[in-house]
Structure formats: C-alpha cells, structure tokens
Design a protein around this ligand. Sequence first.
Ligand code: 4NP
Length: 161
Amino acid sequence: MSAPPYRISFVCLGNICRSPMAAVVMRSLVADAGLPVQVDSAGTGSWHIGGGANPPAVQALGRRGYDGSTHVARQFGPRDFADYDLVIGLDRHNVADLRRLAPDDEQAAKVVLLRDFDPDAPTEDRDVPDPYGGPDLDFDHALDLVTAACQGLLAQLPVHR
Ligand code: 4NP
C-alpha cells in the first residue's frame, strides 16, 4: 500500500499569477523527483474564481517550457485547511490573511511564507511581488523567485521516494 501524498497549496491574492506559477513549477519538480506530493493553488480573493491564469503568467511559464493553460482559479476558505499539510503564502499579506482565515491554531500552523524556503532570500523582504498588470519582466522575475523557493521547498519536504 502506498503512503498518502503530502499535500501543498500555494496561495496568493488573485490565484491567476503567482500561485498558479508556483503550483506548475512545484508539480514539475516533485514529478521529476518521483515524490508523492499533491500540489494545487488558490487565492484569498474571489474576483477570478473559475477563470484561467492571467495570460502573461501563462506566457512566462511557456517561455520556460511549462504549461499553465489548464489552471482554474479558486478561493481558499477556512474549510480548505484540513485538506493540506502545508499552505504556502506568496507574500506576507497572503500569510497574514491565511492565518486570520484559519479555523484554529492547528490549521494556522500550516501557513508558511514561500521564500522562507529559499536559502538565498534576503531576510528583510521575502515577498514574491505581485506582477498583475505589470510588464512581462515582472512575471519573469516572479517566476525566478518562485523557482528558487520551490527548489528549496523540494529539498525540505518531509517525504522520500
Ligand atoms: P496574483 O495577482 O495574486 O499573483 O494572482 C493578482 C491578480 C489579480 C488581482 C490581484 C492580484 N486583482 O486584484 O484582480
């Protein structure tokens, strides 16, 4: 019998730029590593529920060989915590919002900041900046930060092949 997968959700504000990019990158990393990890994403906001990823985010992923075209945006709610082992905010506001949303301390303890997994992240600013409405360069930069942090996360996952 195989062990149940470790479950991760990445959470940003709109769930159309940063957290979908993080989910696509992390899914690729755990697939390459052969690890039993289930990855998805959500937003704290409701504006984009049911929609696809922001086209510049899909294009930034595409420039690196990833497919972001199948994403469907959803909103993270208090009852969702029980479905995950780790709930990863893309910036400090997402982390604060998620901790407020958590139904109890046990669920709130699942909330972490993505760039805390990047050993090279500066201590003073560990946000993945919101690229929404910005130029392609901002999406590429967000993807750089997400990729470095996801590599660090992969190395620290409590699951083994
Ligand atoms: P995300 O970017 O949180 O990285 O998905 C945003 C997308 C949309 C909005 C805000 C942030 N919005 O206000 O619609």
